[in-house]
Design a protein around this ligand. Structure first.
Ligand SMILES: Cc1cc2nc3c(=O)[nH]c(=O)nc-3n(C[C@H](O)[C@H](O)[C@H](O)COP(=O)(O)O)c2cc1C
Length: 250
């Protein structure tokens, strides 16, 4: 599965069966966590099962079952650090998806009394990322929950504020914005806008203040997805950090 396929496949997985994650897959996740901490200046931590085989208690109102492992998404506070947490955290989500594992960004719906995380000075545990196997059939409650949230998807004209109508921008820009829209965001608020002042200007991405206050994390996730799709269309580049930053072609 390539990264574009991983974007297509990924959903917020809110049900886990008790199947443990194989050692090779745990090792691959651990390697990705270490890479991210190195390049992103983050402090992600992978935790495995407790004695009962599960790693963390999820809120039963949202989740069916607990995951066998999870990643504590720990990072510094401040707009740029939060954006990086989203950008690199989503890279981890896509790697887990490629490994056939289910994940979900979770800011609030877990039992904080059961969470293990080393949080240093000036850092915060922003989210947890439960990781495990979804049951063969997703329970109706979790399917309904997801459908209800996804029904709030923003229309493209709320996400694209370019001088050129979205239908007329180059295919790689369309692919990037559509990939961003497919990504996760807190309560699916999709609090970001992509824009381009003119056909020759770079594409920019800006956060829109959200009630969740997680808009910078969501912006980082959206930038990650945009870049994956742009690169797959033959337009490799990198993002300038911060709201309003440009996608700079390499
Ligand atoms: C930063 C962030 C925090 C989130 N927090 C929660 C949460 O606490 N509980 C939950 O069930 N889902 C949470 N989600 C998942 C979103 O609800 C989900 O991404 C969104 O509804 C889109 O659905 P999808 O990811 O299945 O495509 C969070 C997502 C993000 C990006």
């Amino acid at each position: 599965m390539d990264l574009v396929e991983a974007i297509e496949q990924r959903i917020s997985c809110r049900a886990f069966d008790m199947r443990p994650v194989e050692e090779e897959k745990l090792a691959a996740l651990k390697a990705e966590v270490e890479r991210i901490n190195e390049v992103g200046g983050l402090n992600f931590q992978l935790y495995g099962p407790r004695e009962d085989g599960s790693a963390l208690d999820m809120s039963p109102g949202m989740f069916a079952g607990n995951p066998p492992c999870y990643v504590a998404l720990v990072g510094k506070t401040g707009a740029e650090a939060e954006e990086k947490l989203g950008y690199y955290g989503e890279q981890l989500v896509l790697v887990a998806t490629q490994l056939g594992l289910g994940t979900c960004w979770v800011a609030s719906t877990y039992d904080t009394d059961t969470v293990r995380a080393d949080v240093g000075e000036g850092e915060k545990l922003w989210c947890v990322l439960p990781v495990g196997y979804a049951p063969a059939k997703m329970p109706l409650k979790q399917r309904t929950l997801r459908a209800g949230l996804r029904r709030r998807d923003k229309k493209m004209d709320a996400i694209w504020h370019g001088a050129i109508p979205f239908a007329q921008v180059p295919e790689w820009v369309q692919a990037g914005v559509i990939a961003a829209q497919k990504g996760p965001s807190a309560v699916n608020s999709q609090p970001y806008v992509f824009s381009q002042e003119s056909a020759d200007a770079p594409v920019r991405a800006e956060a829109v203040p959200a009630r969740t206050t997680l808009e910078n994390v969501d912006l980082g996730i959206a930038k990650c997805h945009f870049q994956v799709a742009a690169e797959a269309c033959g337009k490799p580049g990198h993002w300038e950090w911060d709201s309003g930053g440009a996608y700079v072609l390499d």
